[in-house]
Write a new protein. Structure first.
Length: 225
């Protein structure tokens, strides 16, 4: 079912209020937490309802899908900030960087190198997060916990990337808090301020525990088909 404008506006307000409350419970301010509305699978008409309600940060997980929806929306709303939250193939880097402002899923040297090289060529680098596979799941992207410090150092020292922070997706069914705590520990010891963590089921816990970016889809747009 396509949500209505008032439903989307109400969901955004509700999620925002819950983030603010959770951040305060963690001794922080809601202003420290950027809400990324994850619009993957949803058509441009639905995304426009969120834009009309004032939402400006959006997340997509596939370059091709984003290319079909976002150039027109970005032309209409130039202050949109688009976040890539899904895996990125090296041969899609150029396309991705022409559209996305923030990449959350850097997890291997060749990808870091391709992003850095493209940035040097165009003079425009995205904001970069390293994805950490905190649950050490085979099917999931992200650098393994034990390799994280070395990979962060390689991104900086070998590829010359300025990193904003770390990102994780806890395993389905696991309590998320230990994963969030691990990500925060790794970020701290690498001098990284950004923490991209928390989805519809756990964004309040994430906001309480220090998330700077929460990625919320279904709580805003409804269940994906
Ligand atoms: C789809 C997705 C989300 C949003 O998931 P919801 O449960 O719908 O909030 C967040 N992060 C990533 C990486 C995703 O792929």
């Amino acid at each position: 079912m396509t949500p209505t404008a008032s439903q989307i506006a109400a969901h955004l307000a509700e999620v925002r209020a819950r983030i603010d409350k959770a951040a305060r419970a963690g001794g922080r301010s809601g202003a420290d937490v950027t809400l990324i509305a994850v619009s993957k699978t949803h058509p441009a008409e639905v995304i426009e309802l969120a834009l009309a309600a004032g939402q400006r940060h959006f997340g997509e997980n596939r370059v091709q899908e984003a290319e079909a929806k976002w150039p027109a929306l970005k032309a209409k709303y130039p202050d949109v900030v688009l976040h890539l939250i899904g895996g990125l193939q090296t041969n899609k880097v150029k396309d991705a960087l022409s559209l996305f402002d923030v990449i959350h899923t850097i997890d291997r040297p060749r990808l870091a190198e391709a992003i850095a090289r493209h940035g040097a060529e165009t003079g425009a680098l995205p904001v970069c997060f390293v994805q950490v596979n905190t649950g050490e799941e085979d099917q999931k992207g992200g650098v393994m916990p034990l390799d994280t410090d070395a990979f962060v150092a390689e991104c900086r020292d070998v590829h010359g990337l300025t990193l904003a922070g770390l990102m994780c997706i806890p395993p389905v069914g696991d309590p998320p808090a230990p994963h969030f705590a691990l990500l925060k520990k790794f970020a701290r010891r690498n001098g990284l301020a950004g923490l991209s963590m928390g989805m519809s089921s756990d964004y309040e816990k994430a906001a309480e525990m220090g998330a700077t970016h929460v990625r919320v889809g279904s709580a805003i747009f409804g269940a994906r088909g």
